[in-house]
Design a protein around this ligand. Structure first.
Ligand SMILES: Cc1ncc(COP(=O)(O)O)c(C=O)c1O
Length: 384
């Protein structure tokens, strides 16, 4: 297999536009050069627009997990109670971060793939015991999208800060941070933003920033102390720690691509991708793992019937067709596969992926009528 032509269709990292690759290939700039400082400032401005906020943006070297940890390290203090709303692997990950920083977890756990119950979240928040509450926008383990807009309505009647992990949503599905009362929202570069891994993007609104300013105890972390970084985010000419100059400029190009496409158009395109992929997998005789109507637009998580060998299917897809998809995560291993369709992926990429999946299944004796799934997908694209 010529690995320069592999089709990377996992739910992050995703395929990166040649425009971003060209930006990454430029000679390294000084972090105080005019070109870099101007570029960093532009990236921060575009980030705010994409997050739908007038708050404070942070764009730092790191991965999505850094944005999760920065929320807890800065907004929470030892002994604070945190409500973790969970319906998948990444929702559960918050517990460990909260405990690492000395917080008290109040877990509200739903079955993986089931929608969260807003009434139960309200009951918890009505106790007024929580410093913050965490919600996944899209949980990449199951492919579910949680209604972060509706959950945001609850924030009006509580002092608890609303933290949203949109690592697998931002740039592919609507996120309106200010309109939806989200106090802290985070994402990462390698998913629907369409840049390589290595950048952590997050924003705080004024309420969250006030919480950082008015802590009773100083943060116990140094690199992730947001007060140290804030002057750089306000004016990227200063120095706290060397920024990842190349990655920042790669991210800038990715953010420009999003801005040029327009958020509404980009969200619509992802919605079409999700619909098309679902039509394809239903033609294969299966469906998506999450509860009907809660499917994310950035990835699909088809259920694998018992008689299918998902490892064999993925191996044929890769070795014969050069298409890479991901296996099920954690307890969904062997029961699902995960296909990313986000960022700058094209219809062409999706058609090739479905064709590879359908061909592999036909070769394995599970599909009698190859072409049906690709055809179902094409019908959605033709109408779009
Ligand atoms: C929903 C979600 N949250 C958080 C993370 C963690 O991000 P990272 O792996 O970039 O640290 C991921 C990673 O896939 C994710 O999908």
């Amino acid at each position: 297999m010529n690995n320069e032509r592999e089709l990377l269709m996992i739910p992050g990292p995703t395929i990166v536009s040649p425009r971003v690759l060209r930006a990454l290939a430029k000679p390294v700039l000084s972090h105080v050069s005019g070109e870099f400082v101007t570029g960093y400032a532009e990236a921060l401005t575009l980030q705010k627009k994409i997050f739908g906020t007038t708050g404070t943006p942070f764009l730092l070297a790191g991965s999505g997990t850094l944005g999760m940890e920065a929320a807890i390290a800065n907004l929470m203090e030892k002994g604070d109670k945190v409500l973790c709303v969970e319906n998948g692997y990444f929702g559960e990950k918050w517990e460990e971060i909260v405990e690492t920083h000395g917080g008290v977890v109040d877990r509200l756990r739903f079955n993986w793939g089931d929608p969260v119950d807003i009434k139960q979240i309200k009951e918890k928040l009505d106790t007024n015991e929580h410093k913050l509450f965490t919600v996944e926008h899209v949980d990449t383990s199951t492919g579910i999208a949680n209604p972060i807009d509706k959950i945001g309505q609850l924030r009006k009647n509580t002092d608890a800060l609303y933290i949203v992990d949109s690592v697998c949503g931002m740039g592919g599905m609507p996120v309106k941070m200010d309109q939806w009362n989200i106090d802290y929202c985070l994402t990462g570069s390698q998913k629907a933003l369409g840049a390589p891994p290595g950048i952590s993007n997050f924003c705080l609104n004024d309420k969250a920033w006030n919480a950082v300013e008015n802590r009773k105890t100083p943060p116990t972390d140094y690199y992730v102390n947001l007060k140290k970084w804030k002057p750089i985010m306000d004016k990227p000419l200063g120095y706290f720690a060397t920024p990842a100059t190349g990655l920042v400029l790669g991210m800038l190009e990715a953010l420009r691509i999003i801005d040029e496409e327009g958020l509404e158009a980009r969200w619509k395109r992802h919605e079409t991708y999700a619909k098309a992929f679902l039509a394809g997998i239903e033609a294969l005789g299966t469906t998506n793992f999450p509860a009907k109507g809660y499917n994310a637009h950035t990835l699909s998580v088809p259920k694998i019937p018992e008689e299918w060998d998902d490892a064999k299917m993925r191996s044929i897809m890769y070795n014969k067709y050069g298409v890479i998809i991901a296996g099920g995560l954690g307890k969904l291993g062997g029961k699902t596969v995960r296909v990313g369709h986000m960022g700058n992926d094209t219809m062409n990429d999706l058609i090739a992926t479905m064709a590879a999946m359908e061909s592999a299944l036909a070769e394995m004796g599970h599909v009698d009528d190859p072409g049906k799934a690709v055809g179902a997908m094409m019908k959605v694209f033709i109408k779009s």
